[in-house]
Design a protein. Structure first.
Length: 396
């Protein structure tokens, strides 16, 4: 069993702050500070351009990709780290559409908006009759038919935490002749994912939520191994070329997942993410999942007992949700600001969702009880009515 007391010590957590927002931005792992300082001082500062060869900079996207791959059930050589989630959605979706003549991209209303925006923009840019079809989450399975080219879903709903059945929906898509693209932004590092077992075709995810890679950390992209040599990237950048330093004028895709690289990798950000992933070394994701359910169930029980004005928005069955719990409240934004002022950091999602993430690597049952107690004090005292909590910030 995982010793979560040990893993908690790996993070630099502010005193008297109960951090329930790791599903939006993970806290600072202690190893990151030293790693980034080393990259700045000794690698970049000492070796200068030689560090591309001597410090393994050019190989870092694949190295970090493989470390993430262990957490999401992907074999070595099938994940590459780099770019943003939005760009990786574009790369994966264009690659998937290149493998089929069908025109329908099927998604659901619980998908993260950037995925939908990318699909809409891509359909318009291709101008070949592609269409994004959006249905309710519970209608996805029934909507998969012979017209669907790609089923594009986020495994865990960013608002409610509802968890899609990846294996079942992928099997249904394949039976209908469709490909799948899964967004793992709220899954990777939070719960067991088995891309290989589910036979998923493409997947993307970000590095700054449960993977704790820091604000704007590089994202990742997965391509099923047997598809890698069949796809021709629409974003055909020089580092996806078979021989980048041959400087050919014509593009030739690199072998395997390397062809999904585009431009020069952001080394300092990749180094931070690489160091952050060390917190998962030796960790069984089944242990993470078991503790996550323990923490979230405790939180639900405590909040429902203490705060009757908050309505559970997440699935009640823990097997049907990810590692977050959401409550609805008409004054949710102001209430969350009041909770943050009381040292309980969660976040708000429109129109009325108060969202809380549970990361076992650094949260304990005692943290959960104390968070619920502070939220109760805030709610019973109606602190959310104070004027300062009504002012909307740019980031919610």
């Amino acid at each position: 069993m995982t010793d979560f007391t040990r893993t908690r010590a790996l993070f630099d957590l502010p005193e008297n702050i109960l951090y329930l927002d790791g599903n939006s931005l993970g806290p600072l792992p202690r190893a990151v500070r030293a790693r980034v300082a080393d990259e700045i001082t000794h690698q970049w500062g000492g070796k200068l351009i030689r560090a591309w060869n001597e410090s393994g900079w050019m190989e870092l996207p694949g190295k970090v990709g493989d470390r993430i791959g262990r957490l999401i059930g992907a074999p070595k050589g099938s994940v590459v780290a780099g770019d943003s989630t939005s760009i990786n959605v574009h790369k994966a979706l264009t690659a998937a559409l290149s493998l089929t003549e069908r025109k329908i991209i099927l998604s659901d209303s619980g998908n993260f908006p950037t995925d939908l925006y990318i699909a809409q923009g891509l359909a318009a840019a291709l101008d070949r009759g592609h269409e994004l079809k959006i249905v309710a989450p519970e209608e996805v399975a029934a909507a998969i038919d012979g017209d669907v080219a790609v089923l594009m879903l986020t495994e865990v709903d960013y608002r409610t935490g509802r968890l899609h059945d990846m294996a079942a929906l992928t099997a249904r898509a394949h039976a209908a002749g469709a490909l799948t693209l899964w967004d793992l932004a709220h899954s990777a590092g939070a719960l067991p994912v088995d891309l290989t077992g589910a036979k998923a075709d493409f997947a993307v995810g970000c590095g700054y939520k449960y993977l704790n890679g820091g604000p704007g950390a590089p994202a990742f992209l997965y391509v099923r191994p047997d598809l890698q040599e069949r796809i021709a990237p629409a974003l055909s950048g020089w580092l996806g070329h078979a021989q980048p330093f041959a400087f050919d004028t014509a593009y030739r895709p690199a072998a395997g997942i390397e062809r999904m690289r585009v431009g020069t990798p952001p080394i300092l950000s990749l180094a931070a993410l690489d160091a952050a992933l060390s917190a998962f070394d030796g960790i069984d994701m089944a242990d993470i999942r078991a503790r996550s359910i323990e923490l979230s169930e405790l939180f639900i029980a405590e909040i429902e007992r203490r705060c009757p004005d908050l309505e559970l928005a997440s699935p009640r069955d823990p097997a049907r949700r990810g590692s977050q719990v959401s409550f609805r409240f008409a004054h949710g934004y102001a209430a969350m600001q009041a909770a943050i002022a009381a040292g309980v950091i969660g976040d708000f999602r429109a129109p009325d969702i108060m969202r809380f993430g549970f990361t076992p690597l650094y949260l304990s049952p005692d943290d959960v009880r104390e968070a619920a107690s502070r939220i109760e004090t805030m709610m019973t005292g109606r602190h959310w009515q104070r004027p300062e909590f009504q002012i909307r910030a740019r980031v919610t």
